[in-house]
Design a protein around this ligand. Structure first.
Ligand code: URP
Ligand code: ZN
Ligand code: ZN
Length: 467
């Protein structure tokens, strides 16, 4: 017998509407969204009732940029698929798109198999994969269409990290051409890594070894230059382009210029660039290491351009780039040499709340919150309307969100497997009260009720967001 659930009395929020309605779930999927008097019959029919009064009813968050268990700089990101997806669920995110990372010399098929082995049977919520192309050659390009058929329809390239993940312009162009011919979406880590490496070596030679020099050796202009070059290469290849973790005003300006020309160029930013700054990177006693990520945190003045980009849609998605490393034993690898600090910040648990706080602070509207965090990432990466929507037939990934709940972000209370919070002590208003993943309640008023292995791999269609 299938289980019916009725979510009653809430304000249903989508990118388009704010309506008083009840949501009926049949098994794993949404069955109907209807006026409360219509839904009354369902309640009498014996459905399990979840009371959503005083709350928003929203689609589960879609975080399109996470790195669970990612190998980086001789260590591995501290959240596993089990701990990281559980923390995501606590924060109202019900789908992640993580990155399988190709090693030099490895094929794409074996890379994907490796990541399936890490995730399968361990996830609390549904997941999908992008693939990082680190070794672009005839053999790997020939494999790419097969991966698109298996639901991996986006491929990240790096203009940074020479000797590791970096691809030169020729390889990037070839990969983009292959993406264009298969309907895949190229994603770009846009920073001029060759020039950055020169600045890093010069800084270290001058004994400028503290974490803050991670920022000063990755100037905004080298992000903007790379964004410009990536756009030019995508135009030559006839491919769309999605630029990840945009942090600099000058980079947003390049995206704006391209979009004003009508190009299929999209930008993503992350909460750390909106709420944290280079001042955090400059914290004394090596504390700044907690804030080392690339692109780097920028001076606070850049935040205005990011918020504006989010309002104008020159930035279309907010993802977390969740890539946590513990301070003890991991970030500490870079004491005395900032270039050895593993790059990445924890955040998968806090994206929905920080963006809701941005609504309260007047940076974005309520429906734009849902668009940036749920709808557009699902559409961009071929998951819509299964994810990111509350339509009949959509997966019943639903969050009952209490917009009045005040709470403090802290390592003492978060669920991510990392020994610090990048937002320690910050008070936000708004919290996921009840979280459903494919109809199953996984978080219920402060209690985790999910299980590892409930989360399933979801094949993605090709990008559904072209202009
Ligand atoms: O510092 C970061 N962003 N670490 C994760 C890997 C990446 O480049 O996205
Ligand atoms: Zn990156
Ligand atoms: Zn990343």
């Amino acid at each position: 017998m299938t289980q019916h659930t009725l979510i009653r009395g809430g304000l249903v929020l989508t990118a388009a509407e704010e309506i008083r309605a009840d949501v009926l779930i049949d098994g794993e999927r949404i069955a109907a969204v209807a006026a409360p008097d219509v839904a009354e019959g369902w309640a009498r029919g014996g459905a399990r009732i979840i009371d959503a009064s005083e709350c928003y009813v929203i689609p589960g968050g879609v975080d399109a940029h996470t790195h669970m268990e990612m190998p980086f700089g001789g260590t591995v990101a501290s959240d596993t698929f089990e701990t990281g997806t559980r923390a995501a669920a606590w924060g109202g995110t019900t789908t992640i798109v993580d990155f399988a990372v190709q090693k030099i010399g490895a094929g794409l098929r074996e890379t994907l198999d490796d990541w399936h082995a890490k995730a399968e049977g361990n996830c609390a919520i549904d997941y999908a994969f992008h693939l990082i192309l680190a070794d672009v050659n005839d053999r790997t390009l020939a494999e790419l269409p097969g991966l698109v058929d298996e639901g991996v329809s986006s491929f990240k390239l790096f203009m940074a990290y020479p000797g590791a993940l970096y691809s030169d312009d020729g390889r990037i162009l070839r990969a983009m051409q292959r993406c264009a011919s298969t309907g895949a979406l190229p994603m770009m880590h846009a920073e001029n890594g060759i020039a950055i490496d020169v600045l890093v070596q010069q800084a270290l030679a001058a004994r400028r070894t503290d974490p803050r020099f991670h920022g000063s050796t990755r100037p905004a202009l080298l992000e903007a230059e790379a964004v410009y070059r990536a756009i030019a290469l995508a135009r030559v290849a006839g491919a769309p382009l999605y630029v990840v973790h945009v942090s600099a005003q000058e980079a947003v300006e390049e995206l704006t210029r391209a979009r004003d020309l009508g190009l299929n160029v999209f930008g993503e930013t992350c909460p750390q660039y909106l709420f944290l700054s280079a001042a955090d990177l400059a914290r004394p006693d090596f504390e700044g290491a907690k804030y080392v990520c690339s692109t780097p945190l920028r001076a606070e003045e850049h935040q205005g351009a990011l918020w504006r980009g989010l309002r104008t849609n020159d930035l279309s998605v907010v993802s977390t780039d969740h890539c946590p490393f513990c301070f003890a034993g991991q970030k500490e690898l870079g004491r005395g040499d900032f270039s050895r600090i593993p790059n990445g910040l924890p955040g998968v648990e806090h994206r929905m709340d920080l963006l809701h706080q941005a609504v309260l602070d007047g940076h974005i509207g309520l429906r734009r919150w849902i668009e940036l965090a749920c709808v557009t990432p699902a559409r961009m990466f071929g998951l819509y309307p299964r994810k990111g929507a509350l339509f009949p037939g959509s997966d019943a990934d639903v969050v009952i969100y209490d917009p009045h709940a005040r709470h403090e972000l802290s390592v003492r209370t978060h669920h991510m497997n990392v020994d610090y919070s990048a937002y320690e002590g910050r008070v936000v208003t708004g919290r996921a009260r009840t979280v459903l993943s494919r109809g199953r309640v996984v978080v219920d008023d402060g209690v985790y009720t999910g299980v590892a292995g409930h989360g399933r791999y979801r094949r993605r269609d090709t990008c559904g967001y072209l202009l």
